[in-house]
Design a protein around this ligand. Structure first.
Ligand code: F3S
Length: 63
C-alpha cells in the first residue's frame, strides 16, 4: 500500500477539511486550495484511507 497522497487541483474546491483535520499533511494556498506538505508523506499515526475520506470532493488521491 502506498503511503503518500496528493491533491488533484482540478477537483479541489477549497473546502478546507483536509488542512483543518490534518495540518501536518496539508496547507492552503492563497485561494484556499490544498497543497501537500512534506511531499504528501502520510504520518505513521494515520491511514491513507482516513485521509482520502476527509475530502468531500474526492480530490485527495493516493500516489
Ligand atoms: Fe480541497 Fe478537499 Fe481539502 S476540496 S481543501 S482537498 S478537503
Amino acid at each position: 500500500m502506498t503511503n503518500k497522497v496528493s491533491v488533484d487541483q482540478d477537483f479541489c474546491q477549497a473546502h478546507g477539511r483536509c488542512y483543518a483535520v490534518f495540518p501536518d499533511l496539508f496547507e492552503p494556498d492563497d485561494e484556499g486550495r490544498a497543497q501537500v506538505k512534506n511531499h504528501g508523506a502520510v504520518p505513521e499515526s494515520n491511514t491513507v484511507d482516513e485521509i482520502l475520506a476527509v475530502c468531500p470532493e474526492a480530490a485527495i488521491t493516493s500516489v
